[in-house]
Write a protein that binds this ligand. Structure first.
Ligand code: GLN
Ligand code: ZN
Length: 754
């Protein structure tokens, strides 16, 4: 059996691409210097993969920002508002990715969306009636040649036609089906070009196939590939799926003229059953995703061997592969200098997963797989019991009953009590929590961590930042204030550090979007609150102002979703353990005089199973109760806010209302405002703050723009339920744009009130 991976992290082990790109954005380095860094990363990855013995080495998995955006440029599906700016190719690309405000014009970025059930985000391609899809770029070819020059014939990976068309946003009257012919032509041209260049295998990523598919979807898929594969020439094509199983189209997938089919045996609940029941087409190669590309635990070779042995009965040629691209795990354990050996030996990042693939190859090619050293060592590792168990926590979770999830009195009564208490103006203004994390703040945190700044001085520094932030908000005239979150590196890691049962890494960065990375903590044992986490800062901030100061916490579902979760207990069990800890903090804040508490569930929507039939049972049935448990113990006059990134929750609107928060803020500025209609139709009970401007872009929104956004909101949402706020935390922004933006926001609110 050969080995393959679907893609590799491209940000660089030490986030070299991030830092170079950001320097480029600031005008500190040239495009050529940025390209040099990119090339070094590619070449490093290539050598690493080659030396690991990997058989199918991907190319074109590199991107300066995002793979869908790359594909939009490759297929000529780029809105004119970017191409007409008259910028260089690279800057046009970045304008679409990040927006552009300068002497050549003023345009917003393309919308950004979560990539399936991951914490990665892609740029949404826009297609309108005048879009002419055709092959119009050279990046995949250039990168293939680059690797070839370095002596490696790679497997180019490109987002597949079906997934591309499914994920695009259609601005005009034409829909995906209207673009079949020209899209198929573009992909055929791509195959031809690769054939000329001597490519042997090409991987088309088609994760959209693991979603619920309609008859129309299946027709779109088959129409596209009948045409694309009709004259594919000498190259062999892999249909690569991941993040689930292909139960709706297995037959069609097998029936098309693909040479390889990639299936996910990790998240694909039914993948094995599909192959066993239906067989696997003769003459095709099965790329078996058996090494989890989304988590950091060592592969269990015994389990993997079982899967491979089962598959062998149906498929004559199997390639051992990862379940998805390794983009979703950190690069290498080599940079983790502080992890204890007995912890580290359970971990496997991208580089170590290459090692696992190599070991699996050795194991399966041995006459007695179970007797190989590699197998035995792995079996011994998995037989060990992990420390970190906490019986008291387990007992508490086991004892939870229905009434623990209900906050009393009911919403309407609380709303009245809170209006009386806070006496806020109509359209109260607030922010989502964090203020710009300036270089000064980051460097102080770093000094503190390195022991160069004493705890006392660090705390003084944070207090000073909080005081400045409170003064600034008062000057701007916001109604509900925040302390600014200067003490936090990250909204999940910060809490993880205050919780027992979590483990931290130094360099386990994973790309979230563009140049943004996250460093998810690891759920290692049972979770409990080691100490108060935020009380000290919130209480200090409140002491500086008469206005309400929002306490700021991250909710259990988000903490879990943005961590690397355990695989030895259920997600539900972990979520409830974390909920227990956050609830303690909520009650502690309340007891210390904090009257409004925001519990962010930024990532609630993100882990919703991809198939609707799995939503309730696999997810919502524990995620919503976990949130409710966090706040069910507070007094009626305490106001609970929550915040969610992205407004893509039309389909779970009832469940969102059912979280029973008093106020919810969410992103709405970049997506169309259809969510507002949905709120109206569903008589949404919770007060809402749909973000009035996009904080992911450095643009400063004008007062008029914000008034216009509020006007639209007002048409659908009763004025007394409406809040005015940016669409997310401000930590990634600078003060230069934040201050004028917030001033415009407050000015807009004042005018709308009049
Ligand atoms: N309170 C967090 C902040 O303001 C929320 C961030 C988020 O939604 N991702 O940074
Ligand atoms: Zn957000």
């Amino acid at each position: 059996m050969k080995t393959s991976i679907i893609g590799y992290p491209r940000i660089g082990c030490l986030r070299e691409l991030k830092f170079a790109s950001e320097k480029y954005f600031r005008g500190e380095i040239t495009a050529a210097e940025l390209e040099k860094t990119a090339k070094e990363i590619r070449s490093y990855n290539l050598n690493l993969q080659k030396n690991s013995g990997l058989d199918f080495i991907p190319s074109n998995d590199f991107s300066f920002y995002d793979g869908i955006l790359d594909t939009a440029f490759l297929l000529n599906a780029v809105p004119e508002r970017y191409t007409s700016l008259g910028l260089s190719a690279l800057d046009t690309y970045f304008a679409a990715a990040r927006g552009y405000q300068g002497d050549k014009g003023d345009v917003k970025a393309l919308a950004m969306k979560k990539w399936y059930n991951t914490n990665y985000h892609y740029m949404v391609a826009e297609i309108d009636d005048s879009t002419e899809i055709k092959l119009n770029g050279t990046k995949p070819f250039d990168l293939f040649k680059e690797a070839l020059d370095a002596g490696v014939k790679t497997k180019p990976v490109v987002i597949g036609a079906f997934t591309f068309l499914k994920l695009a946003r259609y601005k005009g009257t034409k829909k995906a089906a209207d673009f079949v012919k020209e899209t198929a032509k573009a992909y055929s041209d791509l195959l031809k070009k690769f054939a000329e260049l001597g490519a042997e295998w090409i991987q088309f990523d088609e994760p959209s196939l693991v979603k619920d598919l309609t008859a129309e979807d299946i027709k779109l898929f088959t129409d596209l590939y009948k045409a694309i594969l009709a004259d594919k020439g000498s190259v062999k094509v892999i249909a690569q799926t991941y993040f689930g199983d292909v139960r709706d189209c297995y037959r069609e997938l097998c029936g098309l003229d693909f040479d390889g089919i990639g299936l996910d045996f990790y998240e694909g609940k039914k993948s094995l059953e599909l192959v066993e029941k239906n067989g696997f087409p003769k003459g095709k190669v099965l790329f078996a995703g058996v090494v989890n590309g989304k988590n950091i635990w060592r592969n269990n070779y015994a389990k993997t061997l079982n899967i491979l042995n089962t598959l062998k009965k149906s498929a004559s040629e199997i390639v051992i592969s990862t379940s998805c691209s390794l983009l979703h795990v950190p690069c290498t354990l080599a940079n983790e200098t502080k992890l204890a050996e007995n912890v580290k030996k359970h971990f496997s990042y991208a580089e170590e997963k290459l090692g696992e693939l190599a070991e699996l190859k050795t194991i399966v090619s041995s006459a007695a797989p179970e007797n190989t050293e590699e197998f035995k060592k792995n079996a011994a590792l998995h037989a060990e019991t992990r420390e970190g168990s906490n019986q008291a926590v387990k007992d508490k979770v086991a004892a939870l009953t229905e009434k623990d999830f209900v906050r009393l009195p009911a919403f309407a009564e609380r709303e009245k009590i809170q209006k009386d208490r806070f006496k806020l103006p109509l359209f109260p203004t607030t922010t989502i929590g964090s203020f710009p994390q300036t270089a000064e703040v980051k460097s102080a945190r770093k000094q503190f961590r390195n022991g160069e700044l004493s705890a006392e001085n660090y705390e003084k520094f944070i207090e000073q930042k909080i005081a400045e932030c409170v003064a600034l908000q008062e000057e701007i005239g916001l109604d509900v204030l925040v302390h600014g979150e200067f003490e936090r590196n990250d909204m999940v890691e910060y809490f993880g550090e205050c919780l027992d049962g979590y483990i931290f890494t130094e360099k386990a960065w994973v790309q979230s979007y563009g140049t943004r990375c996250v460093k998810p903590p690891v759920v290692w044992g049972d979770i409990s609150r080691a100490k108060p986490m935020t009380v000290r800062w919130s209480v200090y901030a409140q002491s500086l102002t008469k206005k309400p100061m929002k306490g700021m916490l991250t909710g259990p579902v988000t903490i879990l979703n943005w961590s690397f979760p355990r695989e030895d207990i259920t997600l539900k069990e972990s979520a409830f353990q974390i909920a227990l800890a956050i609830r303690e903090e909520v009650l502690d804040l309340e007891a210390n005089g904090i009257s409004i508490i925001q519990v962010d569930e930024a990532a609630l929507r993100e882990k919703l199973p991809l198939r609707k039939s799995d939503w309730k049972e696999d997810y919502l049935d524990w995620a919503i109760p976990a949130f409710r448990y966090v706040h069910s113990g507070v007094k009626p006059e305490t106001q609970i806010h929550t915040h969610m990134c992205y407004s893509e929750f039309a389909d779970i609107i009832k469940e969102i209302d059912d979280m029973d928060a008093d106020v919810i803020t969410f992103e709405a500025s970049r997506s169309d405002l259809t969510i507002l209609d949905v709120l109206k139709e569903n008589n949404f009970r919770t007060e809402v703050g749909p973000g009035v401007y996009d904080i992911h872009s450095p643009r400063v929104p004008s007062k008029e723009e914000i008034i216009e956004a509020v006007r639209k909101m007002k048409e659908r949402i009763p004025a007394e339920k409406l809040w005015i706020n940016p669409d997310c935390g401000l930590k990634t922004r600078g003060n230069a744009e934040t201050v004028p933006s917030l001033k415009n926001l407050v000015a807009a609110a004042l005018e709308v009130r009049k």
